[in-house]
Design a protein around this ligand. Structure first.
Ligand SMILES: Cc1cc2nc3c(=O)[nH]c(=O)nc-3n(C[C@H](O)[C@H](O)[C@H](O)COP(=O)(O)OP(=O)(O)OC[C@H]3O[C@@H](n4cnc5c(N)ncnc54)[C@H](O)[C@@H]3O)c2cc1C
Length: 379
């Protein structure tokens, strides 16, 4: 069996690597600041001009019709080049695949091109103060009006909503129907009349999140995805993309593990009996295992392994990310606390990695999904 990439994939890798070598900016300010957000947005516009913003999308929406394998290879080059975090990630990796599967042609043609160029950056609006793990408990309402809907209620923990343009999420459109049934999937403008966005500072002090208050916000029918009342089913397809390969491609972890191994060697390959050498090796092996799992999924006709299978990946990558960053901090010791050095990224990365077992559905919930729906154990 020949496991090498074929010529077109290898050629595409070289093209992407060459473009990135020329265009990746020096480290940008945090994406959770106004200045950083604008600079990240500008970089994404450059990517889109080179038709590298969303390579696996159909060409008519700004992609290249690339295969999933080519997309994984692009991600490898992107992360290896140290390119910036994707400011448009919620749209590109969660909403876009949902629209490609469930949206109308009009929605795809209208929404995808400005998403690719980062002219429109999207936030996710699922969680509410009383509805996190138990998302079906959500209470924000969509009330029928002429030609559309009026949205009211409160969403919370919406990543990057402070600077984003639009958001998508679930709303209760039929209060009489069962918990999961009366929900509709809607998109809305964060600058519309009736929307108030209130920033929530994170552990690092930056406003990476926001609460969103909606007071009779008008949304036309064309911004409903799927049928009225069918929102839960479509939201589960979004969740699969958020947990699986789409939002967190293996490249993110192979690049971090390679940096960790490099830093360990730079420190003189310490193996003082504390187990550090073994943990560096474990991090590298874990990242490589996830990479091979990704190649396997991408090579299957069924695609990127959504549904319950995505929960397996989610538990794996989120725990791997914590382990990689924890190992780096232990390697660096007090040096990890210095700001304005190349090593400062490890502490930032560690703080963010701690959120991995929480966002995209907590790991406790994913373990229940795996137990019931992958392993077939009793509830
Ligand atoms: C970095 C980050 C980014 C986020 N971005 C967004 C975003 O953009 N948009 C958005 O809508 N939301 C976002 N969230 C919110 C995230 O989806 C929720 O935090 C998550 O779903 C958990 O909900 P909760 O915080 O209400 O916790 P809860 O649901 O209250 O859970 C609290 C604890 O109880 C456990 N628990 C709850 N129910 C069960 C159960 N049945 N069995 C076992 N254990 C259980 C949980 O695992 C958790 O440990 C983000 C969160 C983080 C940390």
């Amino acid at each position: 069996m020949n496991l090498d990439f074929d010529a077109p994939v290898t050629q595409f890798r070289a093209e992407a690597a060459a473009w990135l070598a020329e265009h990746v900016p020096a480290r940008l300010p945090s994406v959770d600041t106004a200045e950083g957000f604008a600079l990240h947005r500008a970089f994404e516009a450059e990517l889109a001009q080179a038709r590298l913003a969303a390579v696996s999308w159909p060409a008519r929406y700004g992609g290249r019709d690339a295969s999933l394998l080519e997309w994984l290879v692009f991600e490898e080059e992107y992360h290896a080049a140290g390119a910036p975090v994707r400011v448009g990630q919620n749209g590109l990796f969660v909403l876009a695949p949902t629209l490609l599967a469930h949206g109308t042609e009009e929605q795809k043609a209208r929404i995808l091109p400005p998403m690719a160029s980062a002219d429109e950056v999207w936030a996710q609006a699922w969680s509410e103060p009383e509805a996190g793990s138990d998302l079906a408990a959500l209470r924000s309402r969509a009330i029928r009006t002429d030609g559309g809907w009026l949205l009211s209620g409160q969403k919370t923990w919406s990543s990057r909503a402070v600077y984003a343009d639009r958001a998508f999420g679930l709303f209760r459109s039929d209060p009489e129907a069962g918990r999961h049934r009366g929900l509709t999937y809607l998109m809305f403008d964060l600058h519309a009349d009736g929307v108030t966005v209130r920033p929530i500072p994170q552990l690092d002090g930056e406003a990476g999140f926001a609460e969103i208050f909606l007071d009779e916000v008008y949304v036309p029918d064309r911004d409903v995805i799927g049928e009225r009342g069918d929102g839960w089913r479509i939201a589960m397809s979004s969740a699969g993309h958020e947990r699986g390969l789409s939002l967190r491609s293996p490249a993110r972890f192979t690049a971090a593990a390679a940096r960790l191994a490099g830093r360990w060697q730079q420190a003189g390959s310490p193996d003082d009996g504390s187990g550090l050498a073994g943990r560096v090796a474990d991090a590298w092996i874990g990242a490589r295992a996830y990479q091979l799992y990704g190649y396997g999924l991408a090579s299957q006709a069924a695609g990127a392994g959504g549904g319950a299978q995505a929960s397996l990946g989610k538990v794996f990558w989120s725990e791997l990310d914590v382990a990689i960053h924890q190992t780096a901090l232990d390697l660096l010791g007090p040096l990890a606390e210095l700001r304005d050095t190349d090593d400062a990224r490890w502490l930032d990365g560690y703080l963010f990695a701690l959120a991995g077992p929480i966002y995209a559905g907590t790991n406790e919930i994913q373990r229940s999904v795996i137990a019931e729906r992958v392993l077939g154990l009793p509830r």
